[in-house]
Design a protein around this ligand. Structure first.
Ligand SMILES: [Zn+2]
Length: 418
């Protein structure tokens, strides 16, 4: 039986996220329960008596985008004392505002890789607040003095989000840390197999969790239904350790070489290059140590991630928002294109491939019959000017499971007679 169609979007230029060329004068039908009932040409569209019809006037209709690397629980620019200096209610509501800004930027699903507790995911699922569907890592696991160890030079634990930090230094400790993070409601485990740039006491080429520890986490997760692992991995050696240990995705991956790319391909792992963060360099606001690392590693990134793109590595969109500004997530697409990716492949990285990494490709990630109607409407032509998508004001409509969550009203709407 044909499902009832409660909404028909017409006169759309449809880019469905599968790599199929744009379909002009396209139609997309949405059922009352928020699924896509039809997507295709106007000529072949079935009858839709009684449906609300909205003319998109040729605007581009895309799947809702997916950011695989965000930190919605903080804005690094606020400094390490922000949570100490402010009321807890304000801290929570700031996260709510960041979640809203992420949705407004066209992100309908996101993976938070540290610093956001499970209550936010529940609040969104219960429709208490608007936000992207979330997958959470909650607390990243790191060695003492590793990338995730937030102790300051004076010895105090920097209270950015102190309860969401896991320090573990042995195989037994990482197993126990994994169990604690699962108890916190994590959908996946985030680990640090290298140092980083924002951390003062280490460097991207420093190694973090050891191979036996990564394997132990993998094994521990297998005992709990096989959840994914995301590895913060910037330098070459730690990238290899992460992939050999069985991670699902390499985050950043700036130092990846051909050996790493071969392994990535062999294991079917994803690369999330977070170019938005490595290219966010501001001498005025950054600590000198941080600035120097960024200048050096942005050049390394251009070469290595450019090469990964040329080799066709499985790349998913991720920004590291929180370290770089929130609410400009689609800036990442332009960075990928600047390093040699085609605009169409950048759109796929931000939709279909990202949905595969999050394990939600049965439901979202492409505009296909039967999937949830998570979608974005923009007045830009992303194949001509991908950089324009970085501006949230160019994202006119965002829909999550068939419900409007953003509507700037720039397209005509009317109801057809029943
Ligand atoms: Zn991050």
């Amino acid at each position: 039986m044909t499902p009832d169609r409660n909404l028909r979007l017409t006169n759309a230029t449809i880019i469905d996220g599968t790599g199929t060329p744009p379909l002009h004068n396209g139609v997309l039908d949405i059922t009352p329960d928020g699924h896509i009932a039809y997507v295709g040409t106007a000529a072949e569209a079935p009858a839709n008596h009684g449906a609300d019809e909205r003319d998109l006037h040729g605007a581009t209709l895309l799947p809702g985008f997916i950011d695989c690397h965000v930190h919605l629980g903080f804005t690094l620019a606020n400094g390490p004392f922000h949570t100490l200096q402010n009321d807890p209610a304000l801290i929570v509501l700031e996260s709510v505002a960041r979640i809203r800004a992420t949705l407004d930027a066209g992100i309908t699903s996101a993976r938070d890789l540290g610093g956001l507790s499970q209550g936010f995911r529940e609040a969104i699922d219960q429709a208490l607040i608007p936000g992207p569907r979330l997958k959470l890592a909650v607390s990243p696991i790191s060695h003492t003095a590793g990338h995730g160890d937030m102790h300051l030079h004076g010895g105090t634990l920097a209270p950015t989000i102190p309860e969401l930090i896991e320090i573990a230094d042995t195989v037994d400790e990482v197993r126990k840390a994994t169990r604690r993070v699962l108890r916190q409601g994590a959908d996946l485990i985030k680990i640090c197999t290298t140092g980083g740039m924002g951390s003062r006491h280490d460097h991207p080429d420093d190694e973090g969790l050891r191979l036996d520890e990564v394997r132990a986490i993998h094994d521990e997760l297998d005992r709990h239904g096989g959840k994914p692992i995301a590895a913060h991995a910037q330098g070459r050696k730690g990238i290899l350790t992460a992939i050999r240990g069985g991670v699902t995705s390499v985050e950043h991956g700036y130092g990846i070489d051909d050996e790493g790319l071969d392994l990535l391909e062999e294991r079917g792992a994803f690369l999330v290059p977070t170019l938005s963060t490595v290219f966010a360099i501001d001498k005025k606001t950054m600590q000198p140590y941080h600035y120097a690392k960024k200048v050096k590693w942005s050049e390394i990134t251009k070469k290595n991630i450019g090469h990964a793109i040329a080799r066709g590595a499985k790349i998913a969109l991720g920004t590291d928002a929180g370290v770089c500004p929130h609410g400009q997530n689609l800036r990442e697409l332009g960075h990928l294109v600047d390093l040699g990716m085609s605009p169409m492949n950048a759109l796929i990285a931000g939709t279909r491939t990202a949905s595969e990494l999050l394990g939600i490709s049965d439901e979202v990630g492409t505009l296909e019959t039967g999937k949830l109607a998570d979608l974005v409407v923009t007045d830009t032509d992303p194949l001509q000017d991908i950089h324009a998508l970085a501006d949230p004001s160019r994202i006119q409509i965002v829909m999550k499971a068939g419900a409007y969550v953003k509507d700037l009203g720039n397209t005509a709407a009317h109801t057809t007679p029943a």
